[in-house]
Write a protein that binds this ligand. Structure first.
Ligand code: GLY
Length: 258
């Protein structure tokens, strides 16, 4: 809720439906995704990423599963990252060990960067989507080696080795998503995307030697570049070559990011 009047209205609606009510502080700021892999003692960090969950440009409209992402997020300076490690990542590892949890795997911190500093919105014990689509292609090491080190308790604290530059993911969604939409539309142009661009299938099916849409977030078009802006240009050039009836995408993922 943006203000007291909205909060009262929400309260009345929930009370009328006899729903349980939990009041939390509304956090204002910008969202940031911090992901790491931990063996329970050490945490190796991926570059900071930004996910765009709203359906329309300018982060407006209904929430979706994510309409695109980019990494590294230049807004997350190394001073900010150090603060996140000290205030959030390390205390989380300490908490896991204090509760004798032998957790080995990915940790996802969904953060709101407020005027008072970083605050945790959510934890996940997995990679994020669409964060994974930009973070994994940026790794300059073999993910299997990292996973083995994690399983065997050999991870070191610090940043995972990554390539120079940035990655951008533009999601192609079905018309109407996240509201009602139709599926079963033929997808064309997949063979026209640039060779260095990666296309991850989110909701497609293969039938009669063709690809068809089968859900809301259909494809992720991911490009690398020297900067977020360059990666975005490459991703959009390829995204424009892929077609299906009702195809929708945000036009501002990674645009104007410096
Ligand atoms: N990008 C948000 C999530 O994976 O939960």
């Amino acid at each position: 809720c943006e203000n007291g009047a909205e909060a009262v209205e929400a309260w009345r609606g929930l009370r009328a439906r006899r729903e349980p009510i939990l009041v939390e502080e509304a956090l204002a700021g910008w969202e940031l995704s911090i992901l790491c892999i931990t063996d329970g003692k050490s945490a190796s960090l991926f570059p900071a990423a930004r996910d765009h969950k709203r359906a329309y440009d300018g982060d407006r409209g209904p929430n979706t599963g994510g309409m695109g992402a980019y990494a590294p997020a230049p807004q997350c300076t190394s001073a900010i990252e150090d603060e996140i490690i000290e205030r959030i990542v390390e205390p989380t590892l300490f908490g896991l060990s204090r509760e004798s949890m032998d957790y080995r795997g990915f940790l996802y911190f969904g953060l709101m960067m407020t005027e008072e500093g970083p605050r945790v919105l959510e934890y996940n014990v997995r990679l994020g989507d669409p964060e994974a689509e930009v973070l994994l292609p940026l790794l300059s090491c073999d993910l299997l080696d990292v996973l083995a080190a994690c399983a065997e308790g050999r991870l070191s604290t610090g940043r995972l080795p990554v390539r120079a530059g940035a990655a951008v993911d533009v999601v192609l969604a079905s018309g109407g998503y996240p509201g009602p939409y139709t599926t079963g539309h033929a997808i064309t142009g997949l063979d026209a995307v640039s060779e260095e661009v990666l296309v991850f299938h989110g909701a497609t099916r293969r039938e009669r030697e063709a690809w068809w849409t089968s859900g809301g977030r259909v494809l992720h078009v991911v490009a690398l570049g020297a900067s977020v802006e360059e990666a975005a240009d490459r991703a959009y050039r390829s995204a424009e070559r892929i077609h299906f009836d009702g195809r929708e995408m945000r036009r501002d993922i990674g645009r104007g990011v410096r």
